[in-house]
Design a protein around this ligand. Structure first.
Ligand SMILES: [Zn+2]
Length: 290
């Protein structure tokens, strides 16, 4: 008799485990969304000032972008090294990650709890050349002046925020496997089918292929991936013109195409006020925003 009760209990727990987890997640997301709504205007003002990508999205997508930015930021500890912290910094860094993963389901880059913001170029390990950013098992590192140059478009094809987030995305999917996105993992081999031969041609001695990705992309396949991400977002027209198959493969693996919304640029006219949003709207918006 006892054994029957124990087996029934175990089966009951197993059956209920998933629905209970899903319910808890849903309630938590709703709670977070309420908090986010109160800060949405501020997030919008910060992100819209610096992200052309964001300004090209429709109203609903902008809300999704900001909510993801909020969730990403609140899932991380930000550390500031020799740089004066500001409220904008963690929002803008989070927004860079959200831009990269906007077409994917998983966007928190779980594994990385810590993000380090340094003032400018720095030395790391035994490397002689200075770093603008890097990713290792201790966290994501970014130099603030280079990050800002990247998002303001001052440096052609160079966006250190997107570059380091691209390394982090590969890291959580393939190295730690702590936040695997089903679509990304499924499509990455198809991306590599197109990308590997291009990468190899860029490496081979005398006949080294030159293209808009530049020499640094030929360093190793990790750098090729991160540089290709930067150029994909920074110069999509030139990228598609020069390397059309690679552009398509990148759009496919990231599940987004920056050229799709360039022609249909939209501007925010009004934003819903926090206090006017009902409980019902919060529940459905919280669901849609993810
Ligand atoms: Zn790199």
């Amino acid at each position: 008799m006892e054994i029957v009760v124990i087996i029934s209990l175990v089966i009951g727990i197993l059956l209920l485990n998933r629905p209970v987890t899903v319910l808890c997640q849903r309630l938590y997301t709703r709670h977070q969304f309420k908090r986010f709504i109160a800060r949405e205007t501020f997030y919008h003002s910060v992100v819209s000032r610096h992200f052309r990508y964001y300004n090209r999205l429709g109203l609903e997508e902008q809300r999704k972008f900001l909510f993801r930015t909020y969730l990403f930021q609140h899932a991380k500890n930000f550390h500031y090294i020799e740089v004066e912290p500001s409220a904008e910094m963690p929002i803008l860094v989070s927004a860079a990650a959200v831009q990269l993963t906007f077409g994917l389901d998983k966007f928190k880059l779980n594994y990385f709890d810590d993000i380090f913001i340094l003032r400018d170029d720095y030395h790391y390990g035994y490397y002689s050349r200075p770093f603008m950013g890097h990713v290792d098992q201790t966290g994501i590192y970014l130099s603030w002046d280079n990050f800002m140059k990247g998002i303001s478009g001052q440096t052609a094809n160079c966006n250190v925020g997107l570059h380091e987030m691209a390394h982090a995305l590969a890291y959580v999917n393939f190295i730690t496997q702590t936040e695997e996105d089903r679509h990304f993992k499924k499509e990455f081999p198809n991306f590599s089918k197109v990308a590997r031969p291009i990468f190899t041609s860029m490496q081979q001695g005398e006949v080294r292929a030159k293209n808009l990705l530049g020499d640094y992309a030929a360093t190793n396949y990790h750098e090729f991936w991160a540089v290709a991400v930067e150029v994909f977002f920074e110069s999509p027209v030139a990228f598609r013109h020069e390397l059309p198959e690679l552009y398509e493969a990148m759009a496919c693996v990231l599940n987004q195409d920056p050229l799709n919304f360039i022609s249909g640029s939209t501007t925010i006219i009004r934003r819903p006020e926090a206090k006017k949003i009902s409980e019902e709207t919060i529940a459905s918006s919280a669901k849609e925003a993810l």
